[in-house]
Design a protein around this ligand. Structure first.
Ligand code: WTA
Length: 637
């Protein structure tokens, strides 16, 4: 078993060791896993010309660590307890033995469909057990999984499939979500008409909705599984072989495929899962994220299974059939550790306490949040009404790129403070830098959050474009990994994340780049130019506000309302509903400097309902533009 931190002193000792002797520290953690061959070198890295390798020369298969090694002592323990969207439908429970068998069968099915080690397999699926099973099935045979959140549109799906040159796509006919049914296969058919690399599309029959299947390409999942054996030897993988690609948004319009590898990712997700949540054998753990995001990868699939935990997997949404859904499930399954996003807490908070008071919630021991800064009101509400004042809240800061939790309280060990992610976990060396790249020493300082030493689950590259990885993360500040977040270190040395300092927004915990939304808006033929910014939103954290210049001739034949509607539809079509602008303002110009740069600062202020204190505007080419934008702006707070 992993060595666990039980008190403040353990934390101090572990942290010190992780900084003074990082290789020794991580080698000890890594020793508790099954390796087919031990590593030759713990760490090899270069932050200047980015390269990082952990447990070099080590050979393993992560699924042996998630599944096979538990068969001796936990074969009949529940690995995944799945709760469907519709409360009238039956749950599905998979023990470790059953999960192992399903993974082996699915791995054989993938092989039979032509998937080989190193091939990319895209997964565009509802939150059903088959999604977790196929993630592991890919890992079993050394195929690289690329899960694409099932809320993305056909063109977003197509561009991700194409970027990864995926050979096989796994999907379902439809995905029930709340009161709606998302026609996944229809979206897939549209996406696949735009790409040429997919040879096989395997379709799970999740509902009775009929779908169009294309001969020679599309196969029903249950047919593909008919003749496969339930034994599948795990492929031997190098510690640094890619495990998965996960696309995320950045400052440019093109989504980037963050690449994680095998050994380091395994060691770090398991270590953080067990320590942050203080997981104990027989705890029931529930993370409400979707496997389409990094939280689902690390803390629904890999982390909990590596620990041999019982995990709840939920297909539905927090407010269906009513706002008590989470709490009903917590009581029914006696959930001990509950991990969700601030946006969900705020949405449920807005529905009133009557949905909470119907439930006991007395099984809960630890609460967690992730994905965006949590405001004080939401933190207090979560603490008081869900945790009944006695469950520690772990406000976990991390990113797709970091693979695992970086700065967070260790439940019950580090004293918490509302809105603070508190202190770095062992192995993590955060620094705050000023605009000139100087490290800010001491307490009570604010700067750009960077990390100055490698940790095992950091991204290795961006798929197909290592230069992009170097320039995005390792060039802003030489010798540091730059997170893109602003951060404050207070008088206690505690870290508080202030939000992004780049052109990335965080809408309901979903990461979206302003440029990708602008690109989508600009595809509308009446649009001349656009600028998108985030503004504070009471439930979503940030809402999307877009300023759009339209061709005056087009405006003569179409009304503003019609154009706005079409622009919205364009964004939904190009990216997905999660990127729909909350607010669209048609403007006659954008506030540009003499050198042609948009002063986004001004647009952000106006979007937030602040109409003065714009700071230095002396470089503005045409100040009257700002006045006209103010006049047409959203006026409610
Ligand atoms: C933000 C999600 C404040 C942050 C795991 C980061 C947070 C981005 C927190 C990564 C937190 C995540 N407090 N902000 N506890 N957790 N963020 O890649 O801006 O989807 O850079 O990974 O979310 O989002 P991503």
């Amino acid at each position: 078993m992993l060595s666990k931190i039980h008190n403040l002193e353990d934390y101090a000792v572990a942290y010190r060791k992780s900084v003074n002797e990082p290789e020794k520290f991580w080698a000890t953690v890594a020793d508790s896993f099954v390796w087919r061959k031990k590593w030759d070198q713990v760490l090899d890295h270069d932050f200047e010309d980015y390269k990082v390798e952990w447990f070099k020369g080590g050979k393993l298969n992560i699924t042996e660590n998630c599944l096979d090694r538990h068969l001796l002592s936990r074969a009949d323990k529940t690995a995944i307890h799945w709760v469907p969207n519709n409360p009238k439908e039956a749950d599905r429970v998979l023990t470790y033995r059953q999960l192992h068998e399903e993974v082996c069968k699915t791995a054989n099915m993938l092989k039979a469909q032509g998937v080989k080690k190193g091939d990319r397999v895209c997964l565009y699926m509802p939150m059903v057990p088959e999604l977790a099973i196929s993630v592991l099935a890919c890992a079993r045979i050394g195929a690289i999984h690329s899960v694409i959140f099932a809320g993305f549109s056909a063109s977003a799906l197509a561009s991700r499939i194409e970027d990864a040159e995926a050979k096989v796509l796994l999907t379902a006919n439809a995905a029930p979500r709340g009161a709606k049914i998302v026609p996944l296969k229809e979206i897939v058919n549209d996406a696949l008409s735009q790409v040429s690399c997919i040879e096989k599309c395997i379709v799970l029959k999740r509902t009775d909705d009929p779908v169009e299947m294309k001969a020679n390409r599309d196969v029903w999942w249950h047919d593909a599984m008919l003749t496969v054996s339930n034994e599948c030897e795990a492929e031997t993988m190098d510690s640094e072989d890619p495990l998965f690609i996960l696309y995320t948004s950045g400052s440019t319009g093109k989504p980037k495929g963050v690449v994680h590898t095998t050994g380091g990712y395994m060691v770090y997700t398991a270590y953080t899962f067990q320590n942050v949540f203080q997981y104990e054998e027989n705890d029931v753990y529930w993370c409400t994220a979707d496997i389409g995001w990094i939280t689902g990868h690390s803390y629904i699939v890999y982390g909990p299974l590596l620990a041999g935990a019982t995990s709840v997997m939920f297909e539905g949404v927090p407010t269906y059939p009513d706002a008590g859904r989470f709490w009903r499930i917590v009581d029914r399954l006696k959930v001990n550790i509950f991990y969700t996003a601030p946006t969900a807490i705020r949405a449920l908070m807005a529905q009133g306490l009557e949905y909470v008071e119907l439930y006991k919630l007395d099984s809960l021991k630890v609460l967690g949040t992730v994905g965006e800064p949590i405001n004080r009101e939401a933190w207090e509400w979560y603490h008081q009404h869900i945790g009944k004042g006695h469950c520690p809240i772990v406000d976990t800061w991390w990113q797709t790129e970091t693979g695992g939790i970086m700065i967070s309280p260790i439940a019950g060990v580090l004293p918490t403070k509302p809105t603070y992610a508190t202190l770095p976990l062992p192995g993590i060396q955060p620094v705050l830098l000023d605009a000139d790249g100087n490290e800010l020493e001491g307490k009570g300082v604010e700067g750009n959050l960077c990390v100055k030493y490698p940790w095992p689950s950091m991204l290795r590259t961006t798929w197909g474009d290592h230069e992009r990885c170097k320039s995005t993360y390792f060039s802003t500040y030489k010798g540091y990994y730059f997170t893109g977040d602003g951060c404050r270190r207070d008088e206690d040395g505690y870290y508080r994340i202030l939000g992004r300092v780049d052109d990335v927004m965080n809408v309901s915990g979903h990461r979206l780049g302003t440029a990708e939304i602008e690109n989508a808006i600009n595809m509308h033929d009446a649009v001349v130019e656009s600028a998108v910014v985030g503004y504070p939103h009471p439930i979503k954290g940030q809402g999307i506000y877009s300023y759009v210049i339209c061709d005056p001739e087009k405006l003569e034949v179409t009304t503003m309302e019609e154009i706005k509607q079409e622009i919205s539809e364009m964004v939904i079509d190009k990216i997905g509903k999660i990127a729909k602008p909350e607010w669209i303002q048609i403007v006659r110009g954008l506030p540009k400097t003499r050198s042609g740069k948009i002063m986004r600062r001004i647009l952000r202020k106006i979007a937030a309902g602040e109409f003065d204190n714009f700071g230095d505007t002396s470089t503005l080419l045409d100040p009257s533009i700002v006045e006209s934008i103010k006049e047409g702006a959203r006026r409610e707070k």
